[in-house]
Design a protein around this ligand. Sequence first.
Ligand code: PLP
Length: 227
Amino acid sequence: MEIANNIRKIRRKIKAAEKKYHREENSARLIAVSKTRKIEEIISAINENQRHFGENYCQEAIEKIRAITEPGIVWHFIGPIQSNKTNQIARYFNWVHTVDRIKIARRLDKMRPENMPPLNVCIQVNTSGEITKSGISIEEIEDFIDEIKDYKHIKVRGLMSLPEIKSNIDEQRDSFLSLKKVFNQLKKNKPELDTLSIGTTLDMEAAIAEGATFVRIGTAIFGSRNI
Ligand SMILES: *Cc1c(COP(=O)(O)O)cnc(C)c1O
């Protein structure tokens, strides 16, 4: 009940932010971040018509993906990638948001099964003051994309970041601004880039203001986590 209500509430907030910042309706899509959540909780979200889910831990995620047979669910890997997990990530997920090493991109490409569509990939960028040490710098993005753009089994879709949460919306927007600028610059030569994966529970509005095409929301949907 509560999960369904939370999803409806988040959808209303997304819609309001799209309007406020002159974004097209439904241009910011919702990924429900279901790490550490039980299958039943995910099912509650699915019953509310949620289709995109984000997971951080490979083993835990694969158990859920295998158990949930509902058609049309889109699974996003949003955690740090260990190279010995690339095989499973390439087999089970539709999207990976956290690619920040060529070696990982190469392995995902090699391990994506031939009979599946290309794996959608975002490059994780560290715009300074990130929560984790993951991500390449803004200066490295273009070369990184050029290096992997001809890989046959992955498809570079855009950029992702996870900045430290600032206390007010103007500072939050500042955290996303440099990423948005390079994203718009890159799109001039690479029109296939269509994804900006930014924004969590605490900075969702700022992310939508700065052009998020996916927001990744956990706490506001499923409640607070222990980890
Ligand atoms: C956990 C996580 C989220 C969701 O954060 P909430 O604050 O719970 O909304 C989003 N993105 C990434 C990469 C995460 O690891």
